[in-house]
Design a protein around this ligand. Sequence first.
Ligand code: NAD
Length: 453
Amino acid sequence: MTSMQSPTGGSDTEYEDRLLQRIGSHSAVVGVVGLGYVGLPLAVEFARAGFRVIGFDVSRRVVEALTAGRSHIQDVPASDVETFVRAGKFSATTDPARIAEMDAVSIAVPTPLVKTRDPDMSYVDKATDTIATHCRPGTLVVLESTTYPGTTRELVQPKFERRGLTVGRDVFLAFSPERVDPGNERYNTRNTPKVVGGITPACKRVAAALYSTCIETVVPVSSPEAAELVKLLENTFRSVNIGLVNEMAIICDRLGVNVWEVIDAAATKPFGFMRFTPGPGIGGHCIPLDPHYLAWKMRTLNYRTRFIDVASEINSQMPDFVVEKVSHALNDVCKSVKGSRIVVIGVAYKKNIDDIRESPALDVIRLLEERGADVVYHDPFIPAFTEDGRTRHGIALSAEELARSDAAVIVTDHTSINYQFVADHASVVVDTRNATAHVTRSRARIVSLSAGA
Ligand SMILES: NC(=O)c1ccc[n+]([C@@H]2O[C@H](COP(=O)([O-])OP(=O)(O)OC[C@H]3O[C@@H](n4cnc5c(N)ncnc54)[C@H](O)[C@@H]3O)[C@@H](O)[C@H]2O)c1
């Protein structure tokens, strides 16, 4: 290969060679932009691998807490943050000028949807503008935020080229989707394989080299578009399969068959079946949102993604289905939703975590209140939360509280909740998660997602 001259007068691979050398010797300074559920665990993993890590976040509150050695992310122990801050291995900043100190930058800023369910790219746009303005030539930039295929090439790459930097030679650009599963005790940032797709082969090489230092398995793919689609396939797969079992719960309800029994028995098949469970709907920052990034992109290409649309429709109707169940259960004991006191058990979007973003519990509470119920909640992970400007405080799950409520609705099946106790003291229980499966006796009338359960 003929070696071309870089703008600095060095060889065409000067920056790549230097970066690979700094990564290999762990002397590279690694930056993480956006220190939330994704960014902070990643920053800690790089620090654990021996790199000096600088976290940049626009939130003063987040930066001040981390600088004081506190962690705002459940899966990251404060002791880790404190140790790395004290050792000078991790610092957090709101000063964009410090991006110039970084040899590599991973971006983990939010990618929500706007009201019309189109992608809100404003965070990625701002963060990449900031990086393109402040980074030095020779920097590796990796987008980790979940997004539509084409983002890295169409939205991010031009920002660096406008500065006169050639991607693949003067700056390296890749996409690597984050797969963090909050609350998962078996799989964490380190032992979850990481997919990497670079704009050029050099981009892929340096990005794969960086992640290989702290992640056990790196899976290179041929382009950023492939890497972007990997994440969307994974989360669309979950959304569609959850939609399917949710519809199966509705089908079983009409047929008077126990959906949990059907799923348990189907799951005994040792091949060709994967267990998914129905519930009150889907929540979190990924499954309800990510497929819409793909649907939006495909709409721009005049293609309608039918599986995504159907799954989204079924999943988003589940809170209504649950509220209908509550209404029928109360009706059976000659009560109405209006005027009833209802305790919602579990408001996090899934068990054993402290995140309520997009949680179906919020819809269940809203729908019950619209029908005139007096709703309180209990969640050991969420002592209080604010939604639509109203702050709610959780209640203790006492025998008195259960006895004075007309119904208890199990929305999230946190492991630490004693479901036998709930069955012993409530009068009506609507169980959307099969959390009462092992209850041996019940004072309460227990209603499941499907009749026959
Ligand atoms: N939470 C998950 O379980 C998960 C899993 C996989 C992928 N993802 C994806 O990762 C991305 C980040 O999600 P998250 O859950 O970590 O979000 P988060 O809200 O927990 O954290 C994002 C952080 O980015 C900061 N930020 C916003 N704009 C910024 C900017 N311009 N510059 C610097 N910092 C900025 C915010 O202050 C916040 O601290 C999203 O695209 C999400 O879809 C999330």
